[in-house]
Write a protein that binds this ligand. Structure first.
Ligand SMILES: [Zn+2]
Ligand SMILES: [Zn+2]
Length: 151
């Protein structure tokens, strides 16, 4: 397989235990379609990955090294990180540095979700404590609102 940027033969390498094809000239990397999922899976569970979306698709200046079709450039999982992908699902092209950035982005996303989950949990406990005083009114209304979202 050849680099879509400069046509140099790609070299197989292992990145976090996942096989990728690496260009020795521009340091770009080609991942098979499922390999990007595996790269993510090293960090995020299925549930955490759900809801991450790709958007801002447009035509890339690069061609798929597998089929030669013009690829699509898209912003990865709602972050400002641009990747190129083949519409035939042959794989993804990551320019130099982006493989590391994908993991950073996933790390950050997972941390954000953990923070959100624990914040909601402690807020719910706070309201439970207040409610046990026998209050009512606003607090029971709020508890009803949050209670509907818990478990
Ligand atoms: Zn290259
Ligand atoms: Zn292709």
């Amino acid at each position: 397989m050849q680099c879509p940027r400069d046509g140099i033969d790609l070299i197989e390498e292992h990145l976090h235990g996942i096989e990728v094809d690496h260009c020795p000239t521009c340091n770009g990397r080609w991942l098979d379609h499922h390999e990007l999922d595996e790269l993510e899976a090293t960090k995020a569970s299925d549930e955490e990955r759900r809801g991450m979306v790709q958007y801002a698709q447009r035509e890339s200046e690069l061609k798929c090294p597998v089929c030669g079709e013009v690829m699509l450039a898209f912003n990865y999982r709602a972050y400002d990180l641009e990747l190129d992908t083949c519409e035939q699902e042959h794989g993804f092209w990551l320019d130099a540095g982006e493989a590391g950035e994908v993991r950073d982005v996933v790390d950050e996303r997972v941390r954000g979700l953990e923070r959100a989950a624990s914040a909601e949990e402690s807020w719910g406990k706070f309201l439970d404590n207040l409610g046990s005083g026998g209050g009512g009114g606003m607090w029971s209304g709020l508890r009803g609102f949050f209670g509907g979202r818990r478990r």
